[in-house]
Design a protein around this ligand. Structure first.
Ligand code: GLN
Length: 486
């Protein structure tokens, strides 16, 4: 168990000193999964053969004294909407229940190049649509801090696996907060890079103008290392940024003195739980002590972000999900009487309720006559929100807020009220609308012992500055050193 509580940075040293082998690490992760996974539900499938093969390669390199990439040999959990060749990629949907990836996503190839053993594919809200992981077609994920509570979504399995000590690292995807929200609910660190930094090739698309893959870890340095391992231009993704990526480790530990930090007024109102609010105020004080200037920033258009998001995201989803029609791959209904019935029944039987709700909303928003009133209007508003942030970034370098106004809620408690569920993302969605990098870091616990996350957001392309600021906070606090008692 003690081995599993370490960070990847610590494990790296142990590997180099031969105190532990990569095979030991993979074995320890699977042993933990054997004992605990039934209670957590983080994994859709395990990828044992691949993990052990990678560990073997790492151990051979260590034996020969060859150089190792920074995260080589460290077990990672991969969200099950990212393709890994030869293994199932289901997006936690019945429509892809038996789909085996014929190719690797670009990030999966990068994991291979970096000799990072993928130990399994993690559970998620179906097609990454949700905030609680309750929309998986297969099973629920339970929060390791309290098994009756949600882990957050949609990358709930990835976050829970790291928090339950089933893996050291994980990858998720973030369309409106799906990395940061579960990181916050499970007491770990989760980072959404600037849109386009990490290739989306091989990620099952939800809303293409918002989706971004990013890392989870137990400390900021692990997350920075993993981000650097997977980032970079990719010709296979037309929205991939063609910019050189500096290694974040170069500036990670630099002081933050003189940095200007804005506290978002609209996200620290009385609607925020008291414990969450107090934790954020304390976090801001840490930055003040480090020599940062603190300023309240108002973003008046922020209140529209949820409305904008649920038009843009559902519109894009309705188009992206058109490919699941029973013809090319995935589930097909049995014995349809004609072609139209084959399409309709396949989709009726294959998709869950939330996915259907979004396809209907999105199709409506894109339909002729409504396109101008909804989709076009939402995109125009998105631009105005971006301008709000542009103005803010003339005054400050970073923006701080709670990742979520509340901590993890009880399983089942928001299922009858989709609007209430959608409001969970009020603090995270704006980063996707404007394409900026944002991170959630552990910053406290509420009265019932559930983790609280602080959300830091920087202007586009300032990923490294964001990681530096997050590191600075972490170095002065202990909140990332707690573990769920399971
Ligand atoms: N919770 C948001 C949604 O349901 C965001 C999901 C995500 O980031 N993938 O759409």
């Amino acid at each position: 168990m003690e081995l599993l509580k370490k960070t990847a940075v610590e494990i790296r040293q142990m590997l180099l000193k031969k105190e532990v082998s990569a095979q030991d690490l993979v074995d320890a992760a699977y042993k933990r999964i054997d004992t605990i996974e039934e209670k957590i539900g983080a994994y859709n499938c395990l990828t044992k053969e691949y993990a052990l093969e990678t560990a073997k390669k790492v151990d051979e390199k260590i034996a020969k004294g060859e150089n190792l990439p920074p995260l080589a040999g460290i077990p990672l959990a991969l969200k099950d909407n990212i393709n890994l060749k030869g293994y199932k990629t289901t997006a936690s949907s019945k429509i892809l229940e038996n789909f085996v990836s014929p190719y690797d996503a670009t990030v999966s190839l990068k994991l291979k190049e970096n000799l990072i053993p993928v130990i399994g594919k993690t559970n998620l809200d179906e097609f990454a649509m949700g905030s609680s992981n309750e929309n998986s077609a297969f099973k629920k994920v339970h929060n390791p801090y309290n098994l009756n509570k949600v882990p957050g979504g949609s990358s709930g399995g990835s976050a829970a696996s790291v928090a339950a000590l089933e893996s050291y690292l994980a990858l998720g995807s973030d369309t409106g907060g799906s990395i940061r929200l579960p990181a916050s609910f499970c007491g770990i660190t989760g980072f959404k890079p600037t849109y386009g930094r990490v290739s989306r090739y091989g990620l099952i698309a939800f809303a293409s103008s918002l989706d971004q893959i990013g890392p989870f870890g137990r400390c900021v340095e692990d997350v920075a290392n993993l981000y650097f391992a997977i980032a970079g231009n990719d010709k296979k993704d037309s929205t991939s940024l063609n910019m050189k990526i500096e290694n974040p480790l170069g500036t990670l530990k630099n002081p933050v003195k003189g940095l200007k930090i804005g506290v978002i007024k609209e996200l620290l109102t009385d609607d925020v739980d008291e414990d969450v609010k107090n934790a954020i105020i304390s976090a801001v004080k840490i930055y003040e002590k480090s020599g940062c200037t603190i300023k309240e920033i108002s973003l008046p258009l922020l209140k529209h972000s949820i409305g904008i998001y649920y038009i843009v995201a559902t519109a894009e989803a309705s188009s992206n999900l058109a490919r699941f029609d029973g013809v090319k791959y995935g589930y097909r209904t049995k014995n349809p009487s004609n072609l139209m019935e084959m399409y309709t029944k396949t989709r009726q039987e294959g998709f869950g309720d939330e996915v259907k709700r979004r396809i209907m909303l999105g199709t409506y928003a894109l339909s002729s006559g409504y396109y101008d009133a909804y989709y076009k209007k939402a995109q125009q508003m998105r631009r105005l929100v971006k301008e709000d942030f542009d103005r803010a970034f003339k005054e400050v370098d970073l923006l701080v807020s709670p990742t979520c106004p509340n901590t993890a809620f009880e399983l089942g408690s928001r299922n009858d009220d989709p609007i209430k569920m959608y409001l969970t993302d009020v603090g995270t969605i704006c980063a996707n609308l404007i394409g900026s990098p944002a991170i959630s870091i552990p910053c406290g616990f509420d009265k019932s012992g559930m983790p609280i996350g602080a959300h830091l957001l920087a202007d586009c392309f300032n990923d490294n500055l964001l990681l530096q600021a997050a590191y600075n906070y972490e170095a002065q606090t202990e909140f990332n050193k707690y573990f769920a008692k399971l």
